[in-house]
Design a protein around this ligand. Structure first.
Ligand code: NDP
Length: 265
């Protein structure tokens, strides 16, 4: 096998842990390949940049997952359904697109008990993960700050509410799917709403990783088990790596190598 190169595209991209994750896996599994990062301002230039760099595969982060979807020649059925691609693989001059964020989240959440889930947030990540959870038999309710993004969820059969229309129920799992707490100290929903649902929940989950968000801090004051977005990040990376290597390695073979990227926390 010749030396292959891979890349993560995004803007910003300096914070991404993907190069470390994939380079550990390539080295640990004896594959002659390397993985770098590329700041891409204009998502319309993704396809030409991919081919100009002569790379074999890529991951795509904010804000280009829809642009990556549009850049593909062949789409995996799930990526096609949710309209967002975070993994590209080049095969015989064609770009194949996959979404591994949602399967990564599903795998992370399966380690917890309970099927009734409340999502706080209705952005792109919430959309793809809600669909995969529903397909896996979860009952997902979407609670969002504003009404605009909820229409699409309602069309797909999800129960939805804004902060004004929400009636609290029992939920097994409460998930922060927003960016609230990422670069500020805000909660994803008004505190009285959170205080009404957290005490009933089995666990609280955040898709944000690398810090304890105000949401997870609040959950801990109620003595709830918490989980940040590190496993989701790790698992989406492992599933992307499976695609990069055409499934030559299993999830469990890749995991210990990629896990090393998280050992410095
Ligand atoms: P989007 O920009 O698509 O969606 C943002 C959502 O968050 C909207 O529903 C928005 O509400 C809501 N929101 C933003 N700020 C606030 C706030 N202060 N209070 C309440 N609601 C707020 O984001 P993405 O779906 O792309 O990403 C969401 C999060 O997921 C990010 O934090 C990202 O880092 C994380 N992520 C983690 C991954 C991992 O591997 N761990 C993978 C992918 C994403 P409104 O509609 O009212 O504007």
């Amino acid at each position: 096998m010749t030396h292959s190169r891979y890349m993560i595209f995004g803007d910003p991209v300096t914070h991404s842990r993907s190069p470390l994750m994939h380079n550990y896996a390539f080295r640990g599994l004896g594959i002659d390949a390397c993985y770098g990062r590329w700041k891409l301002a204009d998502g319309h230039r993704l396809r030409e940049t991919f081919f100009a760099l002569g790379i074999k595969g890529a991951n795509i982060t904010v804000p280009h997952k829809e642009a990556a979807f549009a850049a593909c020649d062949v789409l995996d059925p799930f990526a096609k359904k949710v309209g967002a691609v975070n993994t590209l693989v080049e095969r015989e001059g064609k770009l194949y697109g996959y979404n591994t964020d949602a399967p990564g989240f599903l795998r992370a959440i399966q380690e917890l008990k309970g099927k009734k889930v409340l999502f706080l947030g209705a952005g792109g990540t919430a959309q793809s993960t809600a669909v995969i959870l529903k397909e896996a038999g979860y009952n997902v309710t979407i609670l969002n700050r504003s009404a605009g993004r909820l229409e699409k969820f309602r069309d797909e059969g999800f129960a939805t509410a804004t902060f004004e229309t929400f009636t609290p129920e029992h939920y097994d799992l409460i998930v922060n799917m927003t960016s609230a707490g990422l670069e500020d100290e805000s909660l994803p929903a008004p505190q009285p709403i959170l205080e009404a649902v957290i005490p009933e929940a089995r666990a609280c989950i955040d898709v944000i990783y690398g810090k304890e968000t105000p949401f997870l801090r609040l959950a801990r004051t109620h003595a709830k088990p918490t989980k940040d977005g590190s496993d989701m990040l790790l698992y989406q990376g492992i599933i992307a790596f499976e695609h990069f290597t055409d499934h030559a390695f299993s999830f469990d073979e890749i995991r210990p190598h990629m896990q090393k990227a998280f050992d410095f926390n």
